[in-house]
Design a protein around this ligand. Structure first.
Ligand SMILES: Nc1ncnc2c1ncn2[C@@H]1O[C@H](COP(=O)(O)OP(=O)(O)OP(=O)(O)O)[C@@H](O)[C@H]1O
Ligand SMILES: [Mg+2]
Length: 945
């Protein structure tokens, strides 16, 4: 596909009539856009009103003022197929670039878009959808680096879905790019296409709506074509008949001219009979009057669309090449098609007239034959598939094969939506009984990628109908990933995993082990079954931790140890099972990383967990996998919260949340809780409450395992906001649920320790005391340092007096070397405050000072403020609470500043964080201001200190 196919239809000599205002508006908008305020310009109107010529004129002016213009056109036929418009826009530009320039254009994240243009099909194409969009964005940004850029897309209502998605993605991130997206769209078309509506909504006002031509303009056009002596009455009749639509007018005047009547003799009233609703009829008549075979050739052009080369058209219409050539010349003469190759109609309206005139049954036949012809020419599977999508179903194996091949490429190109369309069509064909499960499996995978629930039934059916055990096993493994947090489904799928595993065990041990892991995941979420997770997990303890599946299984054994309270063993085993590199790659069973993280966190091995997850985040960023980025960042935010790095936790939680492109597996439920936890500890109650509302967490939470951690976070937030009754309700509820799930989440300590002071404040000291004792007991049994320290602290607060003071000192001692900094700070501040109250102000001061400084480092503002107040009460004068310095940076500012300090440029930072350049610039300048520095070189020093 050449980008310049719609070569200037509008020759420079011709002037556009009645478009001065529209052009002035467009000029202004374009000037603003290239000044760095990128935007979407939209020209909208009915067919034939002059949108394309207006866009052509805009492009001409853009070029004249030094803007690089890339062009594409939506085609009625290609609609809904993978990245056609994006390829038209960018392919030739890349192909035409010198080696050095190509390297520059594909630098950094733009490389993610390269497969789209090199046709290299990546077998492992999991979650590439976002990667492609991300890569394309940076490709455009790189092109626009040297000169402002215009992306002009004519007839965007026919653009394919993935390209529309890209244009929307770009439109959202254009603020700092000198890029204009100029679009034309037919009025009222494609209302039901979500991506199109989204794109149209991005258009910057005012939207250009070309109006019908006025009578003076019409008279000029009529006279220019028919002669200066055309009667005013005739011009008026033309205006009446066409309503000022320039396309209809051109057709009408052309028709009049072909009648070869001297202009003086044309009866104005005859004009009515020619136009306008009869334009289609007139075109058809013109074609059929030309020659008996002309309609066949015209139809083949209409069916082949972009592929209408003369040889292909002659083959499709059954005419000899010589005859086809003669007819093509004659049709060009009659202004039906453009002269030259490939054959192309003079106007989309003409194509529609011809195409709509083909009876549906013949249309399907022609598309079928077109597919065959293109296949014989070794055309790209995607090109062939366009025709297969609209031809009749016939149960043809080859059709299924081509559709699947096209789907595979679409998936690799990051267009899972196109892949799903192709595979659904392949299913309808229908495929052979023996191919069907494989098609279902592919479809399920594409849908999984898209986050569609339809994946579940397709994967399930693929497994149920598969003849070969390998396909069945693969389908069930993916099925288990897509539903891993849903107890009811897992319960029901257990038998499937078992059966499939027994079938493949002899052939493919690794696959069988993956199914065992799927089964363990199902049991973990269903603790009431007679088959116990703990017993089943135990069976795998002896595995050697060499393959990915072995490590995955061992992570479940670690999880078993954790639930049984063997925290240290769980930590050891988790580190062992984390050794396989697959853990930090994208794809795979989502529970692996979760298991490992949970165990490491419980054992306070934060550094190990942080490192694993940092590698996983890096990997996800490099491959552009939004889904895995979100999962890993989510887990790391949890780790960082536990160690008291509240800002780090907040920034990760935001990354996870903003990553947005999540599938149904990852509900907002689980994603939000670390953020709410950090808000609770930072005293940002209102923000936390707003977030609860936004995430739909401010209502009764469903009785599912994924709601337990959010419930605890909500309870802690409410406790921090002194909403005690609600806090009690949430925390007690979470403990009940944890018990029902056999303490399978390592969150009980946090719930208990948060609940004790709430009960005390509500005056229920008996309950508080019982709970504090229980907390201490469990923590001691598990030898969990953080939990022992936390329990001692709340127990000491309850106790009061001399023995209370003693318990608080024990808490401080226990946590003295703990990396759980926030809990250490809490113990210090509570102990110091108790010391002061008991009249030991001098002893209290250093304790409080240490607590205050730690609280600061954690960004736990309420605790720091309380420590400062206590210090003052103890007779000290603490330093003013900082408003500048590293502590003053927001989570995002710190994230940007940290990356800048490592030597990354703004663009690389933007690419790594999936944000725009302007966002990076803004955060950096805010950081400079807060840090009171002026250069990048100073950053590392300030942050390091
Ligand atoms: N302002 C104008 N002055 C003179 N001729 C015009 C003007 N606008 C359009 N035309 C002529 O009218 C015809 C139709 O215009 P154009 O192809 O731009 O319509 P369109 O709105 O893009 O239609 P469609 O929706 O079918 O794509 C062209 O041949 C063009 O040369
Ligand atoms: Mg047009």
């Amino acid at each position: 596909v050449t980008p310049e196919v719609s070569a200037e239809m509008f020759s420079p000599e011709t002037t556009l009539l009645d478009r001065e205002d529209d052009l002035a508006t467009l000029d202004r908008a374009q000037a603003e856009a290239v000044a760095g305020d990128g935007r979407v310009l939209l020209i909208e109107g009915p067919p034939g009103i002059g949108k394309t010529v207006l866009l052509d004129e805009l492009r001409r002016r853009a070029r004249a003022s030094g803007i690089e213009v890339l062009t594409a056109r939506g085609g009625e036929l290609e609609c809904g197929f993978g990245f056609g418009v994006v390829r038209q826009l960018l392919e030739a530009r890349l192909a035409g670039a010198s080696g050095e320039e190509r390297t520059r254009l594909l630098a950094g994240a733009a490389a993610l878009a390269e497969p789209l243009f090199s046709r290299a099909v990546d077998e492992d194409s999991r979650d590439v959808a976002f990667a492609t969009l991300h890569g394309l964005y940076w490709l455009v940004a790189n092109i626009a680096e040297r000169a402002p850029l215009m992306l002009a897309v004519d007839d965007v209502q026919w653009a394919d879905e993935p390209s529309l998605r890209f244009l929307v993605h770009l439109a959202h991130r254009m603020a700092a790019l000198p890029v204009v997206i100029a679009l034309t769209v037919r009025q009222g078309s494609g209302k039901r296409r979500h991506a199109l509506t989204a794109l149209v909504l991005e258009a910057h006002p005012p939207i250009i709506r070309p109006q019908p031509l006025g009578e003076p303009a019409i008279a000029r056009l009529v006279r220019a074509s028919l002669g200066d002596d055309a009667d005013p009455a005739l011009c008026h009749a033309c205006a009446e008949a066409t309503g000022g639509n320039p396309f209809l007018l051109a057709e009408l005047v052309g028709e009049l001219r072909r009648n070869l009547q001297p202009v003086g003799q044309i009866d104005p009233s005859s004009v009515q009979t020619i136009a306008p609703e009869r334009v289609a009829g007139a075109v058809l008549l013109r074609v059929s009057n030309l020659d008996r075979d002309a309609p066949a050739l015209a139809r083949s052009v209409a069916v082949l669309g972009e592929q209408a080369r003369l040889v292909t058209c002659s083959a499709l219409s059954g005419l000899s090449p010589e005859r086809a050539q003669t007819l093509a010349d004659a049709l060009a003469e009659l202004a039906v098609i453009e002269p030259g190759e490939p054959l192309r109609f003079v106007h989309p309206i003409v194509r529609t007239a011809i195409y709509d005139d083909i009876p549906p049954s013949e249309r399907a036949l022609l598309h079928g034959r077109a597919a065959q012809l293109l296949a014989d020419q070794y055309a790209d599977p995607g090109t062939i598939a366009v025709h297969l999508l609209v031809c009749n179903r016939s149960g043809d194996r080859d059709v299924v094969r081509v559709l699947r091949e096209a789907a595979r490429r679409a998936l690799a190109d990051g267009a899972p939506d196109s892949a799903a369309v192709l595979l659904r069509r392949a299913l309808d064909e229908p495929p052979d009984e023996q191919d069907r499960p494989q098609v279902l499996f592919d479809l399920g995978n594409a849908e999984h990628e898209l986050g569609s629930r339809a994946a579940l039934s397709h994967l399930r059916e693929a497994g149920e109908t598969a003849v070969d055990p390998i396909t069945r096993a693969r389908a069930y493994v993916t099925l288990s990933w897509t539903t891993h947090t849903e107890p009811a489904r897992q319960r029901e799928q257990l038998a499937l995993y078992e059966h499939a595993a027994s079938e493949v065990r002899a052939h493919d041990r690794e696959l069988a082990l993956h199914l065992e892991a799927a089964r363990l995941g199902g049991l973990l979420f269903n603790p009431d079954l007679p088959t116990r997770f703990a017993d089943e997990a135990e069976r795998f303890r002896g595995l050697p931790a060499q393959t990915a599946a072995e490590c995955l299984l061992l992570s479940f054994v670690a999880r078993k140890d954790l639930a049984a309270g063997n925290v240290a063993d769980a930590g050891d085993l988790a580190e062992r099972s984390a050794l396989h590199p697959a853990l930090t790659c994208t794809g795979g069973h989502p529970l692996w990383r979760t298991n490992v993280t949970f165990c490491l966190v419980a054992a306070e091995r934060y550094e190990a967990a942080d490192q694993i997850l940092t590698r996983a985040i890096g990997q996800a960023t490099r491959t552009g996998s939004l889904q895995w980025l979100s999962r890993a960042a989510w887990l790391r935010s949890w780790v960082r919260h536990r160690r008291g790095d509240l800002r780090g936790a907040e920034m990760d939680a935001r990354t996870a949340y903003d990553a947005g492109g999540l599938t149904y597996i990852h509900s907002k439920y689980t994603l939000l809780f670390p953020l709410i936890d950090t808000f609770a500890d930072q005293g940002r109650i209102e923000e936390g409450e707003a977030l609860l509302g936004e995430g739909g967490l401010d209502v009764e939470l469903a009785p599912i395992p994924t709601s337990i951690c959010p419930l605890i976070a909500r309870g802690r937030l409410r406790a921090a906001g002194r909403n005690l009754a609600a806090a009690r309700g949430d925390l007690e509820d979470s403990l009940r649920r944890l018990e029902a799930y056999r303490w399978f989440l390592p969150a009980a300590h946090d719930a208990r320790i948060a609940l004790v002071p709430v009960l005390h404040a509500l005056g229920d000291d008996a309950a508080a005391l019982a709970l504090a004792d229980e907390a201490l007991q469990v923590a001691q049994a598990e030898q969990s340092r953080r939990a022992i320290g936390g329990a001692l602290r709340v127990r000491g607060l309850l106790e009061g007096g001399k023995s209370g003071l003693d318990l608080l000192r024990q808490a401080v001692d226990t946590l003295a070397d703990s990396p759980s900094l926030l809990w250490r700070a809490e113990a210090l501040v509570d102990y110091g405050a108790a010391l002061r109250r008991s009249g030991q102000a001098t002893a209290a001061r250093p304790v409080l000072r240490e607590g205050m400084e730690l609280a600061f480092r954690c960004a736990a503002r309420p605790l720091a403020v309380r420590a400062a107040d206590e210090l003052r009460a103890a007779g000290a004068r603490p330093r003013r609470l900082a408003g500048t310095g590293v502590d003053a940076l927001t989570a995002t500012e710190r994230r940007v500043a940290e990356l800048a300090a490592t030597g990354l440029g703004n663009k690389e930072i933007a690419q790594a964080l999936f944000v725009t350049l302007r966002t990076v610039e803004m955060h950096l300048s805010n950081s400079y201001r807060k840090l009171e520095i002026h250069t990048r070189q100073e950053l590392a020093k300030v942050l390091g200190g």
